[in-house]
Design a protein around this ligand. Structure first.
Ligand code: HEM
Length: 512
């Protein structure tokens, strides 16, 4: 880096081999970069020796300057950069970019010091370790690295993602910031809403989403203590992987239509499993499959280990292959009888018992992601200039922003209120009282996402349709928000469930 430079000095660097430009009071030497510049060399020659700040922020995200800091030659004498340079762990100061409880000027009845410490630790971890990998994997469609899984296991982040419970006892989360015993559903909400800030929807599912919805069934329903402990230990230490295998090409939300069969062997020691599964998140690299099967008198759930007769192949979807969405074939697979989870023929309870937590996580994630989309739109509306003024000066843009804020804030308030109920209720009480409200909450959050994606894409224009650059977050949100609307129960099914649950509590004598 050179010492303080003057604008007169910068103005001299305009020849073919020597081009300097000013962006945000800093000077960049782009001479050796022009051939590699994705926007081409002409545009850089046109601004050689000049202040190109406005043009730069109209076309690039601030992160471009962080990626190319090697081009920086110095700052201008007596001038100070204005752009905020976010560091890992920082909170955003953009209005509505953080939930109110993280804004110093606001108050919350729910969050305490322990939640705040955990929030800071998970944000830093996400920014240092998850985001760089998420960006790479989302793009090239390869799977999560063992290194990242090990890092998450080391700080007990894998165990945290199952929600509060016995599996956290004795565990020190992030080296002791929170003890496993004190981890509650607000900690769970913090972890869920921080990790989603990677803003990479395919990788988000590729990052062990299968585990979060399947290991819980082993913990709650495996009757064989040794088997349960072994699988739990292997998975939470990151050595082995597990996923949930219920949906089929024949049946999705309609579990009664499943065709995978499990028949007891003649000696009664094994089940023999035959059938297929589709859209199984993480299936490509999993060692265990928590599998829904038809048994003679109903539906049962088996823990199937990868081995002879188990074949997996990728399913191409509209998000990244990093999610490892899988088609599975079980061909005469021999499964020990002790791998039955819960009672035979009553597997519906096993599957249902985890749905509340899965849907709660999905509502928390998609509402947090919607908030990030608002931040993107608000920043863009300020920095984008069209027809001689900033976008934010157009009333029609402000009306769209108002709508996004209303959805985001209403959903966060509802998520927090449900979270509070979860901290006060036992698991059976949650199943009875909250399955309806959580189903309605998830549906509402994904309907909001649909509306928000529509408004945000229009605000970003062509950039909202481009996978790289300024609109990349909005483009991904618009392309992939449907995953939340369908996975974990389709919107229509869940909305109906919400009303049917309410009907169960309707007093017979209630009259108008
Ligand atoms: C330090 C200086 C600069 C660096 C490191 C830089 C880097 C980049 C990068 C990485 C991209 C690709 C963005 C993406 O799609 O993700 C890009 C695109 C582009 N850049 Fe630059 N750039 C610089 C300065 C400028 C300036 C001063 C101008 C114009 C005055 C400019 C014009 C463009 C254009 C037109 C594009 C294509 C944008 C699009 O496809 O929407 N760049 N630049």
């Amino acid at each position: 880096m050179k010492g303080p430079l003057t604008r007169q000095e910068v103005a001299k660097h305009t020849s073919e081999e020597d081009i300097w430009v000013i962006v945000d009071h800093k000077v960049y030497d782009v001479s050796d970069f022009i051939d590699a510049h994705p926007g081409g060399e002409v545009v850089l020659r046109q601004v050689a020796g000049q202040d190109a700040t406005e043009a730069f922020y109209n076309l690039h995200r601030h992160e471009v300057l962080q990626q190319y800091k090697s081009l920086l030659v110095g700052t201008l004498e007596g001038e100070k950069p204005e752009a905020i340079d976010p560091q890992p762990g920082d909170l955003s100061t953009v209005p509505y970019a953080e939930p109110l409880w993280l804004n110093k000027s606001f108050h919350s009845p729910y969050f305490n010091d322990s939640h705040r410490k955990l929030q800071r630790a998970v944000r830093e971890f996400t920014e240092k370790h998850i985001i760089p990998e998420a960006m790479e994997k989302e793009k090239d469609g390869t799977y999560i690295s063992q290194d990242l899984i090990n890092k998450m296991a080391e700080v007990n982040l894998l165990a945290c993602r199952l929600g509060p419970g016995k599996h956290l006892q004795g565990r020190k989360i992030f080296g002791g910031i929170v003890k496993g015993e004190e981890y509650d559903y607000f900690h769970d909400l913090v972890v869920t809403q921080e990790i989603v800030r990677a803003n990479m929807r395919g990788f988000q599912d590729g990052n062990m989403a299968g585990m979060t919805i399947s290991l819980t069934a082993v913990h709650a329903w495996c009757k064989d203590d040794a088997l349960r402990e072994r699988v739990s230990q292997e998975v939470l230490s990151g050595k082995k992987k597990i996923c949930l295998a219920v949906t089929e090409a024949f049946a999705g939300s309609d579990v009664a239509g499943l065709r995978t069969t499990a028949e007891l062997s003649d000696d009664g020691k094994h089940y023999i499993v035959n059938g297929t599964k589709k859209w199984i998140t993480n299936g490509m690299w999993c060692d265990y499959f928590v599998t829904g099967c038809k048994t003679p008198k109903g539906f049962s759930v088996l823990l199937i280990e990868r081995g002879e007769g188990v074949e997996t192949k990728p399913v191409k979807t509209s998000y990244s292959a990093a999610a490892a969405t899988t088609y599975i074939e079980f061909n005469n697979v021999k499964v020990p009888k002790e791998n039955l989870l819960g009672p035979e023929d009553k597997g519906f309870v096993v599957i249902m018992s985890n749905f509340n937590h899965e849907r709660f996580m999905m509502a928390a994630m998609v509402s947090r992601w919607s908030r990030t989309v608002f931040e993107e739109c608000f920043k863009w509306s300020h920095q984008r200039r069209v027809f001689g003024k900033a976008l934010i000066e157009q009333p029609v843009i402000r009306a769209k922003l108002a709508k996004i804020i209303q959805h985001v804030e209403a959903n966060q308030a509802w998520v927090e209120s449900i979270t509070y109920q979860m901290t006060k209720m036992s698991y059976p009480e949650q199943s009875k009282q909250l399955s309806g409200p959580i189903a309605l909450l998830k549906t509402f959050c994904t309907r909001s996402a649909h509306e928000i994606a529509d408004e945000a894409t229009n605000i970003f224009g062509g950039r909202g349709l481009t996978q790289t650059g300024m609109g990349r977050v909005v483009e991904m949100f618009n392309r992939t928000n449907k995953f939340d609307a369908i996975l974990g129960g389709a919107e229509e099914v869940l909305a109906d469930l919400g009303v049917r649950q309410a009907m169960r509590f309707m007093p017979a004598g209630a009259k108008l």
